[in-house]
Design a protein around this ligand. Structure first.
Ligand SMILES: Cc1ncc(C[n+]2csc(CCOP(=O)(O)OP(=O)(O)O)c2C)c(N)n1
Ligand SMILES: [Mg+2]
Length: 557
């Protein structure tokens, strides 16, 4: 394997098998579709099945061979959330099994988020038996392959049972190529059908070059070379792209903004050229970009926005906008002067080679970070800032921080700079619940890495059952819940709209009690001393922790 080529590898020890046959498995006498599918799964390292079972999955899941591991999630949103975290942590597709319309319907939101997270997933959805589906028996899913709409990057109901293993092999490749979820619908009677040699196939291995020649980036290099005051906006780049982006930025000596609502972090936030998070408010975004004659987005589209709060353009008419992304769709929806669809890290490295070193460049003002909050006075409540400060001072350097704390998100960005590649993960499409489920999956994929999620209490309740999976499978993740007893962000949006919120607070919800009911240890902290004591006890040993812990930090305004 060369440095510039990513290989969709076979599972260890299976390399030779991967080079045989048509990639959907060599069919042996007496093999069923299920047996041939297991071979495909082994070949591609899909040996962990995240699922929630129903009767349509019984023929697939009963008597699993010992080398395949089933991970139970108690709700399909959590199943897909965990699988998403696991895929991102390993950089490999995760395998998911869902129960016909019921399971897939519950999972759609998480599938949408997986797409925006760029998480490769192979999702197999059970269906009624082909022999009676015309009669629409109980548990028939109508047009199952369409329920998740546009969100899967590829979907198929195989034409015949024998095509199932090949469809799953293809889904694996499609998930990697499209960096997103794929869907294969499997009617339950298919599993025990005999496999055959003439069925659908897929490559055993695919080599995907990740190198970029200087000639291919020359036009973009010219645009950047002619800039007086360039800026970069980075999005959700891959871990291996990080160094290339840094080398380009250091060549240009220009400001780098992180896009709003970070999914991943694309540039070190303690770097002198980091200019902070780009504001989502359209006018503020415009004002941040207005002083730059060239703006290059890297690993994202131009530009990722949120509420249409003001009908203002995002850049000045005189600003040249360029886009560098590996995702063609991201380029195609960007109003820009030039887009380069290429692997981001190698393209940035090639640009850095071509461009002259700018002597002073146009570095940004240093990012102003808030001062540490003094501990609350007697009788005063903890504030989210106290919790964030305490974490910022103590998080191990290799921590992966997961954020889903809506009203405290801007403060978290300010108080906890992310310094390392894959040091941060956030919900990508705004669906609450991913923070909890995703952090569990991430930690399952990186069992020796400290993983800390900072969650709102409302957010926690969307995926609370995932705590059972964390406890049952010995997942040592730390979940810090900012418990304010309400949807603070929604309350503030209602206030800003000049009216009263229609929804009540939920102070009576006992998050720690819910956690314990699902078998997850939990502690409640109300004072600064308690907060510091718990974090000092847990954080130094987080990497080797083998059980989850939920810290319910009671916070006020
Ligand atoms: C699945 C889902 N449902 C609803 C929403 C809308 N929503 C966005 S933020 C929010 C409230 C979050 O409350 P909490 O997690 O307690 O954070 P706080 O605002 O209190 O910091 C809601 C309901 C959403 N994003 N996702
Ligand atoms: Mg809240």
């Amino acid at each position: 394997m060369t440095e510039s080529t990513s290989v969709e590898t076979a599972a260890p020890g299976r390399e030779r098998a991967a080079l045989e046959g048509n990639g959907a498995g060599r069919v042996l006498a007496g093999q069923t579709v299920r047996d041939a599918t297991f071979e495909v799964m082994r070949r591609h390292g899909l040996t962990t099945i995240f699922g929630n079972p129903g009767s349509t999955e019984i023929p697939f899941l009963t008597d699993l061979p010992p080398d395949l591991r089933f991970v139970l999630g108690l709700h399909e949103g959590s199943v897909v959330g965990m699988a998403t975290g696991y895929a991102l942590a390993r950089g490999e597709p995760s395998f998911v099994n869902l129960h016909t319309a019921a399971g897939l319907g519950n999972a759609v939101n998480a599938i949408a988020n997986a797409r925006d997270c760029r998480a490769p997933l192979v999702i197999v959805v059970g269906q009624q038996d082909r022999r009676q589906i015309a009669f629409e028996p109980f548990l028939t899913g109508r047009a199952l392959e369409r329920i998740a709409g546009e969100y899967p990057v590829w979907r198929q109901l195989p034409s015949r049972a024998q095509d199932v293993p090949g469809a799953i092999a293809r889904a694996y490749h499609e998930a990697l190529a499209g960096r997103g979820p794929t869907l294969v619908v499997v009617p339950m009677g298919d599993w025990l059908e005999p496999a055959d040699e003439l069925s659908a196939g897929a490559p055993g291995r695919i080599l995907r070059p990740r190198s970029v020649t200087p000639a291919e980036v020359a036009e973009l290099a010219d645009v950047l070379a002619g800039a007086e005051s360039p800026a970069l906006v980075v999005g959700a780049t891959e871990e291996e792209d990080w160094d290339g982006v840094v080398s380009l930025v250091e060549r240009l000596r220009c400001p780098v903004f992180q896009e709003p609502f970070s999914r991943r972090v694309g540039f070190p936030q303690d770097h002198a050229l980091f200019a902070g998070h780009l504001p989502w408010q359209r006018r503020l975004m415009h004002d941040s970009l207005a002083r730059h004659d060239v703006v290059l987005t890297v690993g994202t589209n131009a530009f990722r926005t949120y509420i249409f709060d003001e009908p203002v353009a995002l850049v000045e008419p005189s600003t040249t906008v360029a886009v560098l992304t590996a995702d063609p769709a991201e380029a195609h929806r960007s109003p820009c002067d030039l887009a380069l669809v290429a692997p981001v890290g190698p393209a940035c490295a090639a640009l850095a080679e071509l461009l002259p070193q700018r002597a002073t460049g146009n570095p940004p003002e240093p990012v102003r970070r808030p001062a540490l909050l003094p501990p609350p006075a007697d009788g005063e409540p903890l504030r989210p800032g106290h919790v964030l400060d305490a974490l910022a001072q103590r998080l191990p350097a290799d921590t992966l921080l997961v954020e889903e704390c809506p009203s405290s998100q801007p403060e978290l960005y300010q108080r906890i700079p992310v310094r390392i590649p894959f040091g941060f993960l956030g919900t990508a499409n705004g669906c609450l619940g991913f923070g909890l489920a995703g952090s569990i999956g991430v930690r399952m994929g990186l069992p020796d890495r400290p993983v800390v999620a900072v969650l709102g209490d409302g957010s926690t309740t969307y995926a609370i059952q995932a705590l059972w999976s964390a406890a049952h499978y010995d997942v040592g993740v730390l979940l810090v819940v900012l418990a304010n007893g309400r949807y603070a962000i929604m309350d503030s949006l209602a206030r800003r709209a000049g009216g009263a919120a229609a929804w009540p607070g939920f102070e009576s919800v006992d998050i720690g009690g819910l956690a314990r009911a699902f078998g997850c240890p939990a502690v409640r902290v109300e004072t600064h001393d308690d907060l510091i004591r718990v974090l000092d006890e847990v954080l130094p040993h987080l990497a080797s922790r083998r059980e989850p812990l939920l810290v319910e930090a009671v916070v006020g305004e």
